[in-house]
Design a protein around this ligand. Structure first.
Ligand code: SF4
Length: 259
């Protein structure tokens, strides 16, 4: 039978051996999960946490473990800049400090308070979640990913944020920033919207979490993606990961070769 090796994988672990592993089209390269360099992960974990202790942002929702407060912050942060969310987050919690307070408020009133943030379907979703939690779950937000993503308006990212920030479970989070930096460091091939690439990034995000430190580690990943490994101008020359980052090494080799 003819084997169709249709592309040569350029993952970091394969490249280290001086060879490119050949992979059939449509198949995931096994390298990132099976041959991930454990030392590379340990270095990244250690340096990221050190960087975060010096440069992490002091944001109001990082001072709480209340699942409701975390949920509110995550709903507000979706597609919205942090600077715009900070004052509204405080205003919102002053008006509706608990699920019970939110569930009891009229929808028109909470929509009015939310309005300047945009994406005005979000307060309605939050309101419905609050009512369900109060009426059916005795005011307690569930602490499993399956139960959380069953709520309309809570996706995998928000579920991971609630589980890690409120319940300190080792749950991964992957937003645009986190996906980008993981793809760059570990050279995950494929467009972000491709299912296989997305799956790999989620698995890697889970594998990266130091046991028991998901809350702080995920916050650090978010800040690193927002402040250093940015979309257009990543600060590779001063980045603590530039000696273990695949994309940075490829760029350096190009520069050295004058390409
Ligand atoms: S070296 Fe550059 S691309 Fe790699 S993680 Fe750092 S900022 Fe991102």
């Amino acid at each position: 039978m003819k084997t169709a090796f249709l592309y040569a994988c350029a993952h970091h672990p394969c490249m280290e051996n001086g060879q490119r592993q050949k992979v059939e089209r449509g198949r995931d390269c096994p390298a990132p999960m099976q041959r991930l360099d454990k030392e590379q992960i340990r270095i990244f974990q250690r340096r990221l946490l050190r960087w975060y202790s010096r440069h992490g942002r002091d944001l109001p929702w990082r001072h709480t473990r209340d699942p409701y407060h975390i949920l509110v912050s995550e709903m507000m942060l979706h597609q919205t800049q942090v600077d715009r969310v900070i004052p509204k987050y405080g205003e919102w919690l002053a008006a509706y400090p608990t699920f019970e307070a939110l569930a009891a408020a009229p929808l028109e009133e909470i929509e009015q308070l939310w309005r300047p943030l945009g994406y005005n379907f979000r307060p309605g979703r939050l309101h419905r979640i609050a009512k369900y939690v109060v009426n059916e779950l005795r005011g307690e937000l569930p602490d499993t990913v399956d139960e959380l993503i069953a709520f309309h308006g809570i996706g995998r990212y928000t579920a991971g944020a609630i589980l890690s920030f409120a319940f300190n479970q080792d749950a991964p989070i992957v937003d645009t920033n986190v996906r980008r930096l993981i793809q760059r460091i570990f050279d995950i091939q494929g467009l972000p919207e491709r299912v296989s690439a997305r799956r790999k990034v989620w698995r890697l995000a889970a594998a990266l979490i130091p046991h028991g430190k998901a809350s702080i580690f995920n916050q650090a990943l978010i800040d690193f993606g927002a402040l250093v490994c940015t979309a257009r101008h990543p600060a590779c020359h001063t980045c603590f990961a530039n000696d273990i980052c695949t994309i940075s090494q490829i760029e350096s080799r190009r520069e050295n070769l004058g390409k």
